[in-house]
Design a protein around this ligand. Structure first.
Ligand SMILES: *Cc1c(COP(=O)(O)O)cnc(C)c1O
Length: 435
């Protein structure tokens, strides 16, 4: 399969190049030249299959031409060592719980898959050159990427995070691992971290000296495998007789997760309508309403993994629908919520339905409630993180003291190790060249 750039200037590339480079030379995002369609009958039969079997079918359709079948099956199997259960919340609203992986957030799926696919191509090339993954994090991405890539041969990971601005629970998930994971504590903001990563990608000397790549959802191997769990959710709802007239709601920041859902839709997954739920960072909501895309600096909210002012995957959504605002707005609705609304939703779900939402899932749940499901429709929102990942916020809102799962406690026992750097590019560059 060939991949083209959304900016249409760079030449097409194969999967190996796309996974190793992340971003096209013209700064566009890579898109597959065609989207494989899975037969209706095969999709209907998924309700009798395991998550692994379902994911194999989807992975094969996309990556089958470019990877050996057995290797791909093994990568899928190693990626999905946990379940993504669909849980009933109330009326016809269901939660797709994506937080049962190692760092308790949905990003585990994409990070684990990408790490293995990248390693597959590096080893196939003969490991003469390591690949260095740079990732800037405001909290959640760093943990998922570091754990996904931990111990994977041929790859070094550098996690850049803003000093004093990530929660202790988040910080320990990427500072205690060692091995091929290096945590860089930057004396600056998240935007400074991101600026350093961006500057590194365009620095010629650095790129000649070492192979750099990104593990952000701009990478095809990171966002696309997220389509696995949309199919798996459909299968689970099918078993419960609830898969018809399905409305899928995705709490969105960089829009990688919902883009994977839109790919699943284009592959034939019967979804009637999508909803993108946002916090106060509402560029997409405004785009749906006005047809104008107007990125702006992000604002901080309770749902901080969605504090994105210029979602990178917007370019993919435009491309998927031929830049047609009309098509996009007829398939996807948008909702946006303030911190106060997020808090009220969390309290209601907890008190009325005994369901513990995290601040991101709360946006998803509330958007389905506000959409007004018809009796025959089923609403499914993606619960993107375990509430304990945002313990301080959740406890403050619910006056609770929620339990930290054993998996998270393990991280907190480890010894924190990070390297302090300033926010200037020279220092960062020298550090990488001397590593
Ligand atoms: C990353 C993240 C999101 C946003 O996902 P995108 O793919 O960037 O839209 C939502 N919730 C949580 C908990 C996240 O970590």
């Amino acid at each position: 399969m060939q991949y083209y750039s959304t900016n249409k200037q760079a030449s097409p590339a194969n999967l190996e190049e796309v996974v190793i480079k992340s971003l096209a030379g013209d700064k566009g995002l890579y898109m597959p030249e065609r989207i494989p369609v899975i037969d209706r009958s095969v999709i209907a039969a998924m309700k009798d299959k395991s998550f692994q079997e379902i994911a194999d079918l989807v992975a094969q359709a996309f990556f089958g031409e470019d990877m050996e079948p057995q290797a791909l099956v093994e990568i899928v199997s190693e990626t999905l060592s946990f379940e993504t259960p669909v849980v009933h919340v109330n009326d016809n609203i269901y939660s797709l719980e994506l937080f049962h992986g190692p760092t308790l957030a949905f990003k585990d799926v994409g990070a684990r898959f990408m790490a293995r696919v990248l390693s597959y191509f590096i080893l196939r090339r003969g490991l003469n050159r390591e690949v260095n993954v740079l990732v800037a994090t405001s909290g959640d991405t760093g943990g998922a990427v570091a754990n996904g890539f931990l111990g994977v041969p041929g790859i070094n990971v550098f996690v850049l995070y803003p000093k004093g601005k990530v929660s202790p629970i988040q910080e320990c998930q990427f500072t205690t691992l060692g091995k091929n994971i290096t945590a860089l504590e930057i004396d600056g903001t998240f935007d400074d971290c991101q600026a350093l990563v961006k500057a590194a990608f365009v620095d010629d000397t650095l790129n000649e000296y070492m192979q750099l790549t990104s593990a952000n959802s701009i990478n095809v191997a990171r966002f696309l495998p997220q389509s696995f769990y949309y199919f798996n959710a459909y299968a689970q709802l099918g078993r419960a007789g609830k898969a018809d007239d399905l409305i899928v709601c995705v709490p969105s920041g960089n829009f990688g997760n919902i883009t994977a859902g839109l790919f699943a839709f284009k592959m034939g997954l019967p979804v009637k309508h999508f909803i993108a739920a946002n916090n106060r960072n509402d560029v997409f909501f405004e785009y749906l309403r006005t047809g104008t895309y107007n990125p702006h600096p992000s604002v901080e909210t309770y749902a901080n993994a969605m504090d994105v002012g210029n979602p990178s995957n917007f370019a993919r959504i435009l491309d998927l629908f031929g830049n047609s605002h009309e098509q996009i707005a007829s398939l996807i609705s948008g909702y946006r919520y303030t911190n106060e609304q997020i808090a009220a939703t969390m309290r209601n779900a907890c008190n009325l339905h005994q369901y513990l939402l995290d601040p991101h899932g709360a946006c998803g749940y509330q958007a389905l409630a506000d959409y007004g499901l018809k009796p025959a429709e089923t609403g499914l929102f993606l619960e993107t993180a375990h509430p304990a990942k945002f313990k301080e916020t959740v406890d403050r809102i619910l006056h609770s003291d929620i339990e930290i799962p054993a998996k998270l406690q393990e991280f907190m026992k480890g010894k924190k190790k990070s390297i302090a750097l300033g926010k200037g590019f020279e220092g960062f560059r020298n550090f990488l060249m001397d590593f």
